[in-house]
Design a protein around this ligand. Sequence first.
Ligand code: NOJ
Length: 527
Amino acid sequence: MTSWWHGGIGYEIYPRSFADSNDDGIGDINGIKGRLPYLSWLGINAIWIAPFYQSPGLDHGYDVSDYRAINPIHGTLADFDELVADAHGRNIRVIVDIVPNHSSSQHRWFQEALKGRDQPHRDYYIWRDPGPDGGPPNNWVSHFGGPAWTLDEASNQYYCHLFLPEQPDLNWSNPALRAEFDDILRFWCDRGADGFRIDVAHGLIKDPQFRNNPQRVPIQDPDNPTEVFNAFEHLYDMDQDGTVDVYRRWNQVVEPYEAVLIGESNPRSLDRVARYVTNGSLHTVFYLEPGWIHWKPEDLLEKIETVHRSTDTGISWVIDNHDNPRSATRFGGGDVGRSRSLAVMTFMMALGGFPFLWEGQELGLTDAELDASNLTDPIATRNEHGVGRDTTRTVMPWDSSHANGFSKSAEPWLPSAQRTPAETVAVQRDDKSSWLCKHRDLITTRRSHPDLWKATPQWLETPPGAVRALRRGKMLALANWKPDMFSIELPPGKWSIIYHSGSAEHEDVSGRIDLVAESTYLLVAST
Ligand code: NOJ
């Protein structure tokens, strides 16, 4: 059965940074509403809005203290309702971010749990007695630095937190907690939400025996949480087999609303990615690796092909999000990085699934330069050598007025240097050869050629290296991500190049053609 999101293209919005309607320096829901005409012009089908719920904001909204309330810095429930109505009127669906792995420590449930071992909400969280030496019960570490356990002195028990101590992990083996989240999902669906992006979707279930994770490599820099985290094989704290059972249940809950479930998953290996989308669990999962790696085209294509072969409809393809340096920066910076980023996104448009762009990706934005004193991400502020995520999260450059048109006169919450006119929506919109117009053409191409996501995919034989050819019905996607031109024999017949990431060329071709270096082509068979 085909659902609304098949063939769709999503767009991620970080509400703090997208548009500030009330001039307080923080983006809000009304700001998003004001920019819907732009998103409609861009051609996307859905927006995913990062958390806007009630929150102390220690992880900018990923520490939720009330799952049914909106943080006043972002607006009200009435604003949300209006946003949904306006978006739906423009055929744009609204996907909200749900954070089920942990709540804020300010959540009523955790405050109740702290009152003692016998409290009814105690079991909403994960508590363990100290280890034999009186320290944490095992060697799990937090993504944001330090152990994944904090001692509650009053009860002499540790609670688990895969992120900040102020983000205690919820206990998904508790049926009462499962029931709570069924209601939360229904609450947002009843208000018109069209789906959920599920934060840390791979983290909900923990090993019942709480075994130590094996350490893979020695730790050189204990003050860099990312290095510490990656030094372990996460066999027991994440990606446990029972996780998908939670999503089978969620699937039943959202089915009457036709809402989509999109998991943020970081499984242990490529062959585990598709597990999240089988047998009535999630609809798609983000495959995140292309979102943090640097330019290694051969490796990237190999991984993309492997994941795609495991599921054609189940991946939300992304190269950018709010957690990593921007692809244009990672892939080499400047126009080289921008052009590689577009080449990768172009190929992803032929991979089925439900791809997403990150705000500003369509402008070819590179990371912003930030003054160290302005950093806000806890990875940077709570660790001596943590590389934080602020540089990708600076405000959207709409035009060349104050704060690039984000706020009227307020200083943005994350101050950064003014972007140049060439980086702004206002200038790029009027220039057919801009990164913005190229992304828009790509979106239009995907939407007007459903074979790109609907027809049976067939990987054609190509020589080893950074070259791939994928045929889908009348469409052909050709990636040459080598540093040199590459000559390839087309399948028999006549073809038209309808999109090329490297130029505006549209031409009819057949036989052997030369593919420009580091670019991707979309072709349609001429009849
Ligand atoms: C993943 C989110 O994308 C990230 O921004 C957040 O810090 C962690 N999950 C914890 O919720």
